[in-house]
Write a protein that binds this ligand. Structure first.
Ligand SMILES: [Zn+2]
Ligand SMILES: [Zn+2]
Length: 191
């Protein structure tokens, strides 16, 4: 049995949080971690009790949806609300933080920003992180831990491929097999 790494575990948590996002433009999740423990989480969504982008549409000004509080900010605000220190904590975010979040993360004492995807990485944000000594590390999520039907799906595709073998030309079949292999090889084994 292969244990999930801490990085993958926290990043998976952020991806799960992103599924709760109410903004249709981009779904972001963030998890704040201290001493290998999750202390807060957030996703981008409207102010509590207000209308959601996925119901009423985004409120766009200058190309940005202004309705939402960003995932990173929501996670930090959860700490503020419940009096949890964020100094020297780390954050796992699904996307590279925007300039506003970058400043808030620095100011909250966050030491390392792990992000899964580059997203319009602002040169000034990069500069500010460097200046503040905040490390940014890309950690792509590639652990298949969340799919509880993974084994059944893998077996099913295998079964379909076997059926296809009867009347598919070899070249086509080898492409299909390769694609299936890529989809169904757990990260821990593919590396
Ligand atoms: Zn929106
Ligand atoms: Zn942001």
């Amino acid at each position: 049995m292969e244990r999930i790494s801490w990085d993958q575990y926290f990043m998976a948590q952020s991806h799960l949080l992103a599924l709760r996002s109410t903004c249709t433009r981009l779904m972001v999740g963030a998890t704040i971690v201290r001493d290998k423990r999750i202390i807060a989480g957030g996703y981008n969504g409207s102010v509590s009790g207000s209308v959601h982008c996925n119901d009423e549409g985004c409120y766009v000004i200058d190309g940005h949806c202004v309705r939402t509080v960003h995932a990173e900010a929501n996670a930090l605000l959860q700490c503020a609300k419940f009096g949890v220190p964020t100094d020297n904590a780390d954050i796992y975010v699904t996307h590279y933080p925007c300039l506003q979040c970058c400043k808030q993360l620095i100011q909250s004492g966050i030491k390392t920003v792990y992000y899964a995807e580059d997203y319009r990485n602002h040169p000034y944000a990069i500069e500010l992180f460097q200046e503040a000594g905040v490390e940014t590390k890309k950690v792509e999520l590639n652990y298949l831990a969340v799919d509880t039907k993974y084994k059944e799906k893998s077996a099913y595709v295998q079964h379909l491929l076997e059926k296809l073998e009867l009347n598919t030309n070899e070249q086509e079949l080898s492409v299909l097999k390769k694609q299936a292999k890529q989809l169904f090889t757990p990260y821990s084994q593919s590396k």
